[in-house]
Design a protein around this ligand. Structure first.
Ligand code: XMP
Length: 516
């Protein structure tokens, strides 16, 4: 960790918990999310400079409300309680009361500030401001020692303040962009009230992380599976900077990559970082095993197990290797359903397709404290080029799950050329960075067309371009029709074997982003 000041966020299951953590980090303060089941003693042992209680979907009066140790309120730490957190405060502090209600208030509300408290310092005077609400219950009596600091039309007690104890509560969500002055309110809490020093920068992170990596690895060696995506490339470059040739990167070319992609990433890494790169061309093995296979799950399984096999064979040639480096990110680490208690499942991740335990390698995960946007900032810090930093996500099974039906060399070639045009046109029009992901899919379908004077009977390709924040949900991107037309014209004119192009207008759910 590069910063000494840490904010601990207790997670009660709100969809916005990660957003709170990101807002705090954007303010230059390191924050960590912990499940609400941690005790006050455990929180104290983390030595945070402030605590934030998140919102959550439960009701404090429910029999199965998430477990919480109210002694957290007695730690003497600056505390900000948001939404469900506010109800917890009122529920557990003497004199406070919460009324259960079945109607939820969701969306914008107009907030009127009632008290001149440090949390609202510098907010433009008078009138009201828009805030984002999402709650069922509400506080109906303030705990002893707390003043009511704001109200909305529907909520008489929309904010609570105990200036002396540096404890505050908000019924609305300051972390959400729709809340006017939300950033000011959070900054007031972090800097004005808790007196934190912003010290969390990506440059600082890189510096301390490199030192930690050097110390941890010592004289041992590390292996890393490089996919060409931003996460694994950043991991490789960081480790290379830390331990040089003691890092071995294995790039498995499964023959299912986009046009020129494997070579492009490998060449870049070799040229700029003199990386110890083991480029394994296993495409024949993969394609051989995929011959005749049309079932999507079977394709995925074959590719996953073949990857592990190839990786193991290569790693076995490196006897000094003790560690496996992975690009695990913070969202993979946080318990996703934390409020159900310590037994809750931790999200598994499959960055390298889940390597078998018998490999007995200890894990090194230098990005496990970071969000995706922070990884991109690290990449900038490391001097990496845009084509790696902003590369769209690409699935492990590669083009195999974008060729519906059997995967053959010939169909791969058609899809690669088609996909390249989609990529080129997205980039040339400036849309590449605006969308989450854009690619082509090859359908197992032939249709009739006419070219010149002749009849054609060729393949149909689909264009899939989506907007998304986290790939959990997605909507098809409203690209300008001229851009779609340019893609279609070029594909039909330039790619032999395609005579029809369709545009996918499905959202997720119920469709998925990939077609298989
Ligand atoms: P779906 O198709 O489930 O995709 O909506 C969500 C996101 O995940 C990517 N994806 C994968 N990534 N291995 C990966 O590393 C996989 O097997 C895989 N399948 C889908 C997909 O490209 C999208 O960004």
């Amino acid at each position: 960790m590069s910063a000494t000041d840490t904010v601990v966020i207790l997670d009660f299951g709100s969809q916005y918990t990660q957003l709170i953590a990101r807002r705090v980090r954007e303010a230059g303060v390191y924050s960590e999310i912990h499940p609400c089941t941690v005790t006050a003693k455990e929180v104290a042992a983390m030595h945070p400079k402030a605590v934030i209680l998140s919102g959550g979907p439960s009701s404090v009066t429910d029999a199965d409300a998430p477990p919480f140790d109210p002694a957290v309120f007695d730690l003497g730490l600056p505390t900000l309680c948001i939404c469900y957190g506010m109800q917890l405060l009122a529920h557990h502090q003497p004199g406070g009361a919460v009324a259960a209600s079945t109607d939820r208030e969701y969306g914008r509300a107009e907030l009127t500030v009632l008290a001149d408290v440090p949390l609202f310092a510098g907010l433009p005077d008078g009138g009201s401001r828009t805030v984002w609400m999402s709650h069922g219950d509400k506080v109906v009596a303030p705990p002893a020692g707390f003043v009511v600091a704001a109200r909305t039309k529907n909520v008489d007690i929309a904010a609570l303040a105990n200036v002396e104890r540096r404890m505050y509560a908000l019924q609305f969500h300051p972390e959400v962009a729709h809340t006017e002055d939300g950033e000011r309110i959070l900054h007031n809490f972090l800097f004005g009230i808790a007196g934190l020093t912003p010290g969390w920068t990506m440059a600082g992170f890189v510096e301390t992380e490199l030192a930690k990596l050097r110390e941890k690895v010592g004289e041992d060696e590390v292996v890393c599976a490089l996919s060409g995506g931003v996460d694994s490339t950043v991991v490789a470059v960081m480790l290379h900077k830390a331990i040089g040739k003691k890092l071995h990167c294995i790039f498995v070319d499964n023959g299912l990559l986009r046009l020129g992609e494997g070579e492009e990433v490998a060449a870049y890494l070799r040229e700029h970082f003199a990386l110890n790169l083991h480029y394994i061309d296993a495409s024949k093995l993969f394609l051989g095993r995929l011959a005749g296979v049309t079932d999507p799950e079977q394709k995925r399984k074959i590719i996953g197990t073949t990857f592990i096999e190839v990786f193991e064979v290569e790693a076995a040639k490196l006897p000094k290797v003790k560690y496996l480096a992975q690009g695990t990110l913070y969202p993979d680490v946080i318990e996703s359903v934390s409020f159900k208690g310590p037994s809750a499942v931790i999200k598994s991740h499959h960055n390298v397709g889940g390597l078998p335990e018998h490999m007995k390698l200890a894990l090194i995960e230098p990005l496990r404290e970071l969000f995706k946007d922070e990884v991109r900032k690290v990449a900038v810090e490391l001097g990496m080029p845009d084509f790696i930093i902003w590369r769209h996500p690409f699935p492990g099974p590669g083009l195999a799950i974008r060729i519906i039906g059997e995967v053959t060399e010939e169909r791969l070639e058609i899809l690669r050329r088609t996909d390249k045009i989609v990529q080129n046109e997205l980039q040339a029009s400036g849309w590449y960075r605006k969308v989450w992901q854009g690619f082509a899919v090859l359908l197992p379908l032939k249709t009739v067309g006419v070219m010149g004077d002749g009849r054609t009977y060729e393949n149909v390709a689909a264009i899939r371009v989506v907007d998304s924040l986290d790939a959990m949900t997605a909507d098809w991107s409203r690209l300008p029709s001229e851009l779609v037309a340019a893609m279609s014209n070029r594909i039909i004119n330039e790619v032999k074997g395609v005579n029809r192009v369709v545009f996918d207008v499905s959202s997720k759910p119920p469709s998925t982003i990939e077609w298989e």
